[in-house]
Design a protein around this ligand. Structure first.
Ligand SMILES: Cc1cc2nc3c(=O)[nH]c(=O)nc-3n(C[C@H](O)[C@H](O)[C@H](O)COP(=O)(O)OP(=O)(O)OC[C@H]3O[C@@H](n4cnc5c(N)ncnc54)[C@H](O)[C@@H]3O)c2cc1C
Length: 477
């Protein structure tokens, strides 16, 4: 290429998030030279925001007497994904998870403890100190920088794969200042994350085109596009890590916490549509909301519930983002802020509240009366909500907090086997091409699964290691 930069390594890794870094380090320790290409100026991608990762049988779990076995976790995961996930791939990554926690700690990663996402699930969520950025990415990146056989290019976007006789032999990228780069390699690993920022794909493949990324970035599925162009099978498109949120609120905001509670949720028509306590399995709540008109709803509560949240605490929390049963001391100010932004409405009467949120007054009154009936009986004969979450809506003023759909990430795009080799439609591997982390399919069914909490990040780090080991074998190292 004239006037353009040419580079060479044993392996090119596209993306410097959790999966890419784990693959690069494994390769480097095994003696392969690695070129990592990252489109952003910093490492970490969406991993920077993650709280924790799934593992089963780790030393932390043994110490805490968490008795779950790999077999049990595998069965839970396969049942919850309705056996749509690739069982061999799931088993292979699950077999590795305990060892991977040790391996990550040996690279400097720091974990703060074991958590669970709900009272119904096991303590499999290994939380990182300071989220993924501080606890995982910074130490892995520091380690990678020390490895003489790893080079990392930032602000460099991979545009396409180089192929020779059906084998992946490198990438074409656009570097800083628009410089064209051609990097040759024996193997290419795609570790480019999801496509949650690609609205066209979200509209086309996902249950609700109304979904917005929780953390907007530039993850548009370019890795999947590149793989498809060279014959990879598009696979498991449409799986989003959806969550119900108050639109455009920080995950740590007290307003968001107050809105995403198992109180009464009504859709645009003023109708109740789910057992609101499914918020404990947040993608299920996402599914229920995705089926409602405009994928929006209102969380309705009264002044007694507001006071309870302020003074005593909330029923539900999103992992570490807000401590369980922590009260919301700034709730009045937060609700007032929400009112100014048109996300919260408050009224002395239910009729006035219905008018303010544009819902049929008679329907809302009927829905509230029916719900209050459930609360009075301490029994929900309609959606079987656990009685601990049944709180009536009686004392004015009444509040409505707007709920909408968002997604952490997408999972899926490229079909891989349990060695992380990229497969064509006839299930034969494309020589020299691997895919790992969120751009690869096979870990889920039609919905993100949270009984094996932290499975997405776990899949990323473990497929990173698996790819590294498979490629070393491929290279004869
Ligand atoms: C707020 C939030 C909280 C989360 N919490 C959890 C959690 O607690 N547990 C859990 O399991 N999961 C969680 N997730 C999901 C988790 O972050 C992902 O599973 C994980 O980060 C995936 O790692 P990855 O390596 O596949 O992708 P990433 O870490 O996103 O890395 C992909 C990298 O590829 C780069 N890239 C993309 N295209 C190109 C290109 N063409 N050229 C060069 N570089 C490219 C990107 O810039 C990015 O840096 C959370 C996500 C968010 C947003």
């Amino acid at each position: 290429m004239n006037g353009e930069r040419e580079m060479q390594a044993d392996v090119v890794v596209i993306g410097c998030g959790a999966s890419g870094l784990c693959a690069a380090l494994t390769l480097s320790f095994g003696g392969a030279s690695v070129l990592m290409v990252e489109q952003e100026p910093e490492p970490g991608g969406m991993t920077n925001y993650a709280e924790g990762m799934f593992a089963v049988g780790s030393r932390m779990q043994k110490k805490a007497k968490v008795g779950l076995t790999v077999e049990e976790a595998f069965n839970i995961h396969m049942e919850e994904t309705h056996w749509l996930a690739n069982p061999r791939l799931v088993r292979t990554f699950m077999d590795k998870t305990a060892d991977t926690i040790d391996w990550l700690e040996a690279q400097g990663a720091r974990f703060s403890g074991l958590f669970t996402i709900s009272p119904l699930t096991q303590r499999v969520w290994h939380q990182m100190v300071g989220f993924g950025k501080e606890g995982l990415i910074e130490p892995l990146f520091a380690k990678a920088q020390k490895q003489k056989n790893i080079e990392i290019l930032f602000e460099t976007e991979v545009k396409s794969l180089l192929m020779e006789d059906g084998r992946a032999v490198g990438v074409v990228a656009k570097g800083k200042n628009g410089q064209a780069i051609q990097a040759k390699a024996k193997v290419v690993i795609i570790a480019s994350g999801g496509y949650q920022d690609n609205q066209e794909w979200v509209d086309k493949y996902c249950k609700s085109g109304f979904t917005r990324p929780v953390v907007p970035a530039r993850q548009v599925g370019s890795g999947a596009s590149m793989a498809w162009q060279v014959g990879a099978e598009p696979y498991d498109m449409g799986v989003m890590q959806t969550i119900v949120l108050v639109p455009e609120e920080e995950l740590t905001s007290q307003l968001l916490t107050a809105g995403f509670q198992p109180r009464l949720w009504v859709n645009k028509l003023g109708e109740r549509f789910c057992n609101e306590a499914i918020c404990w399995k947040f993608p299920m709540a996402g599914n229920a909301l995705a089926r409602q008109p405009g994928a929006t709803a209102w969380c309705i509560f009264d002044d007694d519930t507001k006071l309870q949240m302020k003074k005593e605490g909330v029923s539900y929390v999103l992992g570490e983002f807000y401590d369980i049963l922590k009260n919301l001391p700034d709730l009045d100010e937060e609700l007032a802020r929400g009112e100014e932004a048109g996300k919260v409405f408050r009224n002395a009467t239910l009729e006035g509240l219905a008018a303010a949120i544009g819902v049929n007054q008679a329907t809302l009154s009927e829905t509230v009366a029916e719900y209050n009936g459930c609360c009075d009986k301490n029994y929900d004969p309609i959606f079987a909500k656990d009685r601990v979450y049944l709180q009536p809506i009686k004392k004015a003023p009444f509040y409505a907090v707007k709920l909408g759909l968002a997604a952490f990430m997408t999972n899926g795009g490229i079909r891989i086997n349990h060695k992380t080799q990229v497969l064509k439609e006839d299930r034969s591997p494309i020589p020299g091409l691997y895919a790992i982390g969120c751009c690869a399919g096979g870990i889920l069914g039609d919905t993100y699964e949270v009984s094996t909490t932290g499975g997405s990040l776990s899949f990323a780090v473990n497929t990173g290691r698996i790819a590294g080991e498979s490629v070393l074998e491929d290279l004869g190292k």
